[in-house]
Design a protein around this ligand. Structure first.
Ligand SMILES: [Zn+2]
Ligand SMILES: [Zn+2]
Length: 350
């Protein structure tokens, strides 16, 4: 099968960014409890870039990235119940969790110490086939196309979890810092869940700000600009620290900022020196990170998307061009919505 392999984290300075290499590798066999999936779409996430650049380290290389996978079941391992050949399913970032620890037993399997991720701990969907545990796959509602459903599996599901963690109510003002694949989905999700809430978007690039206004944001400004009202909640989807410090100043008393990033950039960490307790944290302002997703997050978001009409804005490119998609994420500002890898159904053999 064709696969985009990450042989080792990218370390070269300058030149073209080509961390992934197209190669032919054997089709994996499903182990007990697993299904083999013929991939039809795999959305690209900023975390794939974190893996490619080594901010998130895989236990072994080469590894196949990709954790927003849509495909059809092409093989069923022993004791893999609930899935049949031909079923259209999704695979998300949560590859597995232990099921018995303190966190798993209280519905927080996203925090499990034995949490394993798709596309990092286990091979992911930048390939024609992938295996997954049957009980960590999701039926895809008929109303969603493969390309629409793929970005919902991470950007959508983690947006869903982030919104829940803000503890905001309908009518509360929400700020979004960053407006990439994740941010644009969070905006639409928030509009549907909290129709009376005004949404304010902070983004560096003018084209992202224009896109935010087009999608119905009440206001869009630079990260250093002040929004017209204080914010009850903020969701940060940037890799940087500056928007975190800047936006905290606009949080109202008791407000909460949720950071949706698996790793933050070290390049502007000095911005944290500007953190002023009285301005940014006093009056019970809070900062909370959002880590991974649970299966319930993914299921709930897929059902909500199907019934509410939530659809991501998607651009598709062939599997072989995954490096170009990661390069675009790296430079930021040039992407409107989510990028999804597509697969030529005629190539690839079992
Ligand atoms: Zn992701
Ligand atoms: Zn656990």
């Amino acid at each position: 099968m064709r696969a985009m392999l990450l042989r080792h984290p990218w370390s070269a300075a300058g030149g073209a960014f080509t961390p992934l290499e197209l190669d032919n590798v054997p089709v994996p066999a499903p182990a007990d409890g697993e299904v083999l999936v013929r991939v039809s779409a795999c959305a690209v996430c900023r975390t794939d870039l974190d893996v490619a650049e080594g901010r998130v380290v895989a236990p072994r290389y080469p590894v196949i990235p990709g954790h927003q996978v849509i495909g059809r079941v092409a093989g069923v391992g022993r004791a893999a119940s609930g899935r049949r050949e031909g079923d259209r399913i999704g695979i998300a970032w949560i590859h597995s969790a232990c099921g018995v620890c303190r966190w798993c037993t209280r519905g927080e399997e996203n925090l499990c110490p034995y949490f394993e991720s798709t596309g990092c701990d286990a091979n992911g969907g930048y390939a024609e086939y992938v295996t997954a545990r049957a009980d960590f796959t999701y039926p895809i509602p008929d109303l969603l196309s493969d390309f629409e459903a793929a970005p919902l599996l991470c950007a959508g599901a983690i947006g869903w979890r982030s919104l829940a963690l803000t503890q905001m109510h309908d009518g509360d003002a929400l700020g979004l810092t960053g407006f990439g694949a994740s941010g644009h989905l969070v905006l639409q999700l928030a509009q549907k869940r909290f129709p009376r809430s005004a949404i304010y978007v902070f983004a560096r690039s003018p084209s992202e700000r224009a896109f935010a206004l087009e999608l119905g944001a009440r206001w869009a400004g630079d990260t250093a600009d002040a929004p017209p009202e204080a914010l009850a909640a903020i969701i940060d989807t940037t890799p940087a620290w500056k928007p975190v410090v800047d936006s905290l100043a606009h949080l109202m008393p008791g407000g909460r900022l949720v950071v949706n990033a698996i790793r933050k950039s070290r390049s502007d960490q000095a911005e944290l020196q500007r953190l002023d307790y009285a301005t940014h944290l006093w009056m019970e302002r809070e900062i909370k990170s959002v880590a991974n997703v649970t299966r319930a997050d993914v299921q709930d978001l897929l059902a909500f998307a199907a019934e509410s009409g939530l659809r991501p804005t998607v651009e598709t490119i062939p599997l072989e061009q995954a490096n170009a998609a990661l390069t675009a994420l790296r430079s930021a500002g040039g992407i409107h919505g989510a990028t999804v890898l597509r697969f030529d159904l005629n190539s690839g053999t079992l």
